[in-house]
Write a protein that binds this ligand. Structure first.
Ligand SMILES: Nc1ncnc2c1ncn2[C@@H]1O[C@H](COP(=O)(O)OP(=O)(O)OP(=O)(O)O)[C@@H](O)[C@H]1O
Ligand SMILES: [Mg+2]
Length: 344
């Protein structure tokens, strides 16, 4: 399951992403945590000290390796240089799974020990001004988008992305890559205005969007959020002393998080798991093709000097049962670490 936490700066995206990751890990679920936020703080929120966080490898600096691995023997993708953030997988591409070892994890992921088990953490690396543009070839979040577009994840495994709701994610299609998107909003006009903007973008793409009210104090805050976002309000979280202690670098054991916090996290988990039945791999694949065409035409073709629309494999559908529309079906994922490729 792929989950995004988005919202206004300072709303609590990183805090809630990290709490949700801790919750999942405590139940023994496999988790890949991804920091794609402008302010790279997820490592610290998961308990890494400054030195450990600074030593995390940046996905944005490993794009050539990621691209080379993912394109595999796909004949439609001539080189890593012509692979842009939206280039979709096709026959011959290498796909990724949550639970496996592969060169992408080797290069970009590091284990983080939490109460209850270890998770994998990947970070985009710090953002620069050029990363925030619409048409960036070297986009840091592009590495995450490629990861998500090549990922075949099942129901009991989780990828949690701490993300900025910026123009980059809307232009590239990144915002459509999740089973569910949690928009973290404080009970303020600015908090809910980010929700409205997101909802507007998301409307035509079947994005499941739920609001998590954060730093909610009392009935007035709750009433405000209910009035502004209606049924999209999933749950609210109040001020947490546990979070405050963590911010001081003294995280108590996770089980000591306030009961209301645990309750909220279980609600999030239920909401995530319930979206599994809405999964539509064909739509997921169509959307990546849609955004690839858009990006190819608006900047990619010109930048690479190639016709990137030819990278699209019309018969390919990503999925847990990967298949070719005009070919034979493959009835499941291959075991082990071998790349999954659909048979022709
Ligand atoms: N429920 C909470 N209780 C106590 N403190 C909180 C809570 N939620 C967030 N905070 C605090 O608010 C601050 C901002 O939170 P956080 O860094 O998670 O927000 P963010 O949306 O990721 O911000 P940025 O846009 O800077 O990445 C942090 O100091 C965090 O500890
Ligand atoms: Mg943050």
């Amino acid at each position: 399951m792929k989950i995004a936490f988005v919202g206004k700066g300072g709303s609590g995206k990183t805090t809630l992403s990290s709490l949700f990751v801790r919750h999942l890990a405590a139940t023994g679920a496999p988790v890949v945590a991804v920091d794609a936020d402008i302010n790279q703080h997820l490592g610290a929120a998961l308990g890494l000290d400054e030195g450990e966080a600074a030593a995390l490898p940046a996905m944005g600096e490993r794009l050539p390796l990621i691209k080379d691995y993912l394109r595999g023997s796909n004949p439609r993708i001539a080189s890593a240089q012509t692979m842009i953030k939206t280039t979709p997988p096709g026959e011959g591409s290498r796909l990724l799974r949550v639970c496996e070892n592969n060169p992408v994890y080797d290069a970009c992921a590091r284990p983080v020990e939490l109460d209850g088990g270890a998770v994998r953490l990947m970070v985009t690396g710090p953002f620069t001004d050029s990363d925030l543009g619409v048409a960036c070839y070297h986009s840091k979040t592009g590495a995450v988008e490629l990861f998500l577009n090549h990922l075949v994840d099942g129901p009991d495994e989780y990828v949690v992305v701490d993300m900025t709701a910026g123009s980059d994610s809307f232009a590239s299609g990144m915002f459509t890559r999740f089973d569910i998107t949690f928009l973290v909003a404080e009970p303020t006009r600015k908090g809910v205005s980010v929700y409205r903007q997101y909802k507007e973008y998301a409307r035509d793409f079947g994005v499941v969007l739920k609001v998590v009210g954060n730093k909610v104090q009392g009935q007035d805050d709750l009433d405000f959020l209910r009035a502004e976002v209606g049924d999209d309000l999933l749950v609210t979280v109040g001020h947490s002393d546990w979070v405050r202690a963590m911010e001081k670098g003294r995280p108590p054991r996770f089980e000591l998080l306030e009961d209301s916090g645990h309750l909220a996290l279980r609600r999030l988990r239920t909401a995530v798991d319930e979206t599994y039945e809405l999964r539509d791999w064909e739509r997921y694949t169509h959307q990546m093709v849609h955004f690839h065409l858009k990006n190819a035409q608006s900047w990619g073709n010109e930048r690479t000097g190639a016709d990137l629309t030819a990278q699209i494999d019309p018969g390919f559908v990503l999925g847990e049962v990967c298949r070719e529309v005009h070919g034979e079906s493959v009835t499941g994922l291959r075991e082990g670490n071998s790349p999954l490729t659909p048979t022709a």
